[in-house]
Design a binder for this molecule. Structure first.
Ligand code: PA5
Length: 418
């Protein structure tokens, strides 16, 4: 179960009704595709599994993609790392056109045993396509070669240029519906293909997401709307996600993209937005926390913690000479200490008047992760609706891309056709 407890005063439900109606209309219009992914995903998983039977000798899946095309699967695979079954392919990510990172990842891959998943909704993202070319060159395998389709598969929009390319060279292709935005696409083929191929329980992932969908749209649970309303109306415009376990590092990155690209927008002549920050507890209690406590009061904080942590261990109950100050009298576990640290930090923030809330997950399995992912997607949509902005576009990101293309124009004469 996922429980979100507020340490602020919820507002009267009547105030939220109009926003609930608006998001319901959006849901039923089917214009926003991610809402319905928990349902449509089951068929995709079936297709993936059928295809997987034909893949031979693959021990590594390498996603080539960036932003919404990589962060979701990266977040989920990290949160479920303890559930990974022995003997299933390992998952790698080639996201950045950074030679150091590319070399480091490629050094772990055996080409003959690797399937590269080329993921791009638009199909033309420069970084992604450039990494693909580097890989082709490194392994001397080019479009049209006999082995090409055994090592490359594609996930993209069904009318993108990349789709045409995949068609031409016989690559296995999965599609992203037009109405599913990049950063909201993790429960589509974008996340389901790599995760299923690597043996993660994607059926349960979708079940968790479907439960959240039902709680919100069928049962009318207003928790998400309450939380969104608090964020929109709080004095703080920076939203800190304080996640208590290292496994949440990539989830924090996913949240930062989702929040920043969806909610940083122009509204008429105004520039508005909420600023996401992702922290890891208890590590960041020893760093960033100082700024939250004594710095400007411009940050709200959401704590995420797991009640039952896998592989828990007892902290031995013996003293070390001279450092008795760090003794804990009874045999408590590492997860108990981690959770107590979260609770103590939270209490200090509540006492100092910071807008604070807490998400507790009974455990971290595919079902709970699916629920959490969908929960944050809905929260983002709810905030967008309350702010009166379109959370599904990213015009600001496009400006830089256009400038880059102009700057690179001078190199285009040298391009060889493949
Ligand atoms: O959310 C988004 O739309 C973006 O962050 C994209 O996911 C990112 O730019 C990658 O784009 P594409 O999947 O088209 O390669």
């Amino acid at each position: 179960m996922l429980v979100n407890t507020f340490h602020f005063q919820p507002v009267n439900r009547n105030l939220l009704k109009k926003f609930q109606d608006r998001i319901n209309i959006e849901y039923h219009s089917r214009n926003v595709g991610y809402y319905h992914l928990p349902n449509s995903g089951t068929k995709i998983i079936e297709d993936i599994k059928n295809w997987q039977n034909s893949l031979e000798n693959i021990d590594s899946i390498a996603v080539i993609g960036v932003g919404g095309s990589s962060l979701g699967a990266k977040a989920i695979s990290a949160m479920l790392a303890c559930d990974k079954k022995f003997g299933t392919p390992n998952l790698f990510f080639l996201e950045n056109i950074d030679p150091i990172a590319i070399n480091a990842t490629l050094s772990k891959l055996k080409f003959s045993k690797t399937l590269f998943l080329l993921i791009s909704k638009s199909g033309t993202t420069l970084d992604t396509i450039s990494i693909v070319k580097i890989i082709m060159e490194k392994f001397r395998l080019y479009p049209g070669d006999k082995e090409f389709a055994n090592h490359f598969a594609v996930i993209t929009d069904n009318d993108s240029a990349l789709c045409k390319f995949a068609d031409e060279y016989g690559l296995k292709t999965f599609f992203i519906s037009r109405n599913v935005g990049g950063r909201f696409s993790v429960l589509s083929a974008v996340g389901l293909v790599p995760l299923t191929l690597c043996g993660f329980n994607t059926e349960n992932l979708l079940k968790g997401a479907a439960e959240c969908e039902s709680d919100f749209f069928e049962k009318g649970d207003m928790t998400i709307l309450q939380k969104a309303y608090a964020y929109i109306n709080a004095k703080e415009t920076i939203n800190v996600l304080f996640s208590y376990s290292n496994v949440f590092k990539a989830f924090n990155e996913w949240y930062i993209q989702l929040w920043a690209e969806s909610l940083g927008k122009k509204k008429g002549a105004k520039n508005i937005g909420l600023t996401p920050i992702g922290l890891i507890g208890a590590i960041d209690q020893h760093s960033f926390l100082q700024l939250i406590i004594d710095g400007p009061k411009d940050k709200s904080v959401t704590f995420i913690r797991i009640k039952e942590m896998k592989g828990d261990m007892t902290i031995p109950n013996f003293s070390l000479k001279y450092i008795e100050k760090a003794d804990i009298r009874s045999n408590i576990s590492a997860s108990k200490l981690l959770n107590e640290q979260a609770l103590a930090t939270m209490k200090s923030l509540i006492d100092s008047g910071v807008t604070t809330d807490e998400i507790t997950l009974d455990k971290l399995d595919a079902y709970h992760v699916g629920y959490l992912i969908y929960y944050y997607e809905l929260l983002t949509s709810a905030c967008g609706i309350m702010m009166g902005v379109n959370p599904y576009n990213q015009p600001g990101v496009e400006i830089g891309k256009k400038i880059l293309i102009r700057k690179l124009g001078k190199y285009t004469n040298a391009v060889k056709k493949s």
